[in-house]
Design a protein around this ligand. Structure first.
Ligand code: HEC
Length: 306
C-alpha cells in the first residue's frame, strides 16, 4: 500500500438494519464490531438467508431510526414498528453470504411487520451480544475482529465518485433516458434520497463476480487490452482501466466482475441504440463494431477480472 495516500472522510453512515436505508451521522462511536448500531439487525428468509437490495430493491424504502432504548422502523404504507432492544429471543442459524452465524429472533410482531413491508414471509434477527463471527484474519490480522451482519468487514470505506456514477444511471432510468423494462419501473418511484442510498449501498459491496470462461476470455482480454485497429475498435482498457476499475473523474464506469449476461445485453443495447446514454455516443459507436463473438469474449473476460 502507498503510505503517502491520504483521504478525507466526507460522510459517515450507519445501517442499523442491513441493506435498508442508512442514517447519515455527523460522528459515530466505534465499538468492537464496527460503528455503533451498524448492521445490528437483518431480514432473513425462511432458510435463514439474509436479504439484500440486490434481490429486494424495496428494502431501500425501509427507514430505521434508533431512539431511546428501541429500534423504530418506518415504511410507506405501515404504522411504524417499535422494537425495544433485547438480547432475549430464540437463537437461530442464519447466513450472511457464505458465513453461517447466529441471529437472535426478534419475535412475531417484527416478523409480521417486515413480511408485510416486503410482501413475503420473512423474519427479523439481531446480532447476539457477543457475536462469534469474525472478519477474515487474512486481512484483519491475527487479533480477532468480531462483526455484526456486515458483508465481510466491520467498517467499509467507499469512494465518492463511483457513487455518483451509480446515482447518475439510476436517474437516467428514472427519467426514461436509459430505457430498460426492468429498471425503469423500479427507478420510477425512487426519490433522490433513495437513489443516494442505493448508490452508497452498491459502492460498499465487494464485487462477487463469477469466474471467466476459459474458452473465451483470452480473446476477450486481447480485445479489451489492445483493441483491434483493423476494425477501428479502441482498447476498452483506455477508458475502463487496465483492471476494469473504470475512471472516476472521467465517469467511465467500472466493469470488473460484472456478470457476463449484463455486459452482453449492454453492448447489444448500445449497438442497437436501445441504450442511448453516455457522452458523444462513444459506446454506441464502439458496440456497433463488435461481432457477437467479440461481445461474448469480452463479457467472459470482464466477468473474471477483479
Ligand atoms: C473512449 C472511452 C471508452 C472506451 C474506449 C470504451 N468505453 Fe465502455 N463506456 C464508456 C462510457 C463513457 C460509458 C458509460 C456510458 C453510459 O452512460 O451509458 C461506458 C459504458 C460501458 C458499459 C456499460 C457499463 C454499465 O455499468 O452499464 C460497458 C459494458 C462497456 N462500456 C464496455 C466497453 C467495452 C467492452 C469496450 C471495448 C470494446 C469499451 N467499453 C470501450 C467509455 C468507453
Amino acid at each position: 500500500m502507498d503510505m503517502n495516500t491520504s483521504a478525507t472522510v466526507t460522510e459517515l453512515f450507519v445501517y442499523p438494519v442491513k441493506s435498508t436505508r442508512g442514517i447519515g451521522c455527523p460522528k459515530v462511536r466505534i465499538t468492537a464490531t464496527g460503528f455503533e448500531w451498524d448492521r445490528q439487525w437483518m431480514l432473513i428468509d425462511a432458510r435463514g438467508m439474509f436479504l439484500s437490495q440486490r434481490t429486494h430493491p424495496k428494502m431501500a424504502r425501509i427507514v430505521p431510526e434508533i431512539t431511546d432504548g428501541a429500534l423504530r422502523l418506518h415504511a410507506d404504507s405501515l404504522p411504524p414498528l417499535l422494537l425495544p432492544f433485547t438480547d432475549a429471543g430464540e437463537r437461530i442459524a442464519v447466513r450472511v453470504h457464505q458465513d453461517p452465524c447466529v441471529g437472535v429472533d426478534q419475535g412475531t410482531v417484527a416478523a409480521q411487520w417486515v413480511s408485510e413491508a416486503l410482501g413475503e414471509a420473512l423474519r427479523l434477527v439481531r446480532v447476539p451480544l457477543h457475536p462469534e463471527r469474525l472478519a477474515s484474519a487474512k486481512y484483519a490480522g491475527p487479533s480477532p475482529a468480531p462483526m455484526g451482519f456486515a458483508d465481510g468487514f466491520p467498517i467499509l470505506v467507499c469512494n465518492q465518485e463511483h457513487r455518483f456514477i451509480v446515482a447518475e444511471q439510476l436517474r437516467l432510468f428514472r427519467s426514461g433516458a436509459r430505457a430498460n423494462p426492468t429498471m425503469m419501473p423500479m427507478a420510477t418511484g425512487l426519490s433522490d434520497q433513495d437513489i443516494a442510498d442505493i448508490a452508497v449501498y452498491y459502492e460498499a459491496q465487494t464485487p462477487l463476480g463469477l469466474e471467466a470462461d476459459p474458452s473465451y476470455w483470452q480473446a476477450g482480454e486481447k480485445l479489451y487490452r489492445g483493441g483491434d485497429r483493423s476494425r477501428a475498435i479502441p482498447a476498452c482498457m483506455a477508458c475502463h482501466g487496465p483492471t476494469g476499475r473504470g475512471n472516476e473523474p472521467a465517469k467511465f464506469p467500472a466493469l470488473r466482475g460484472q456478470q457476463s449476461a449484463y455486459v452482453v445485453k449492454q453492448l447489444n443495447d448500445y449497438a442497437s441504440g436501445t441504450r442511448a446514454t453516455g457522452p458523444n455516443g462513444i459506446m454506441q459507436t464502439i458496440a456497433k463494431r463488435l461481432s457477437a463473438d467479440d461481445i461474448r469474449n469480452l463479457a467472459s473476460y470482464l466477468q473474471g477480472i477483479r
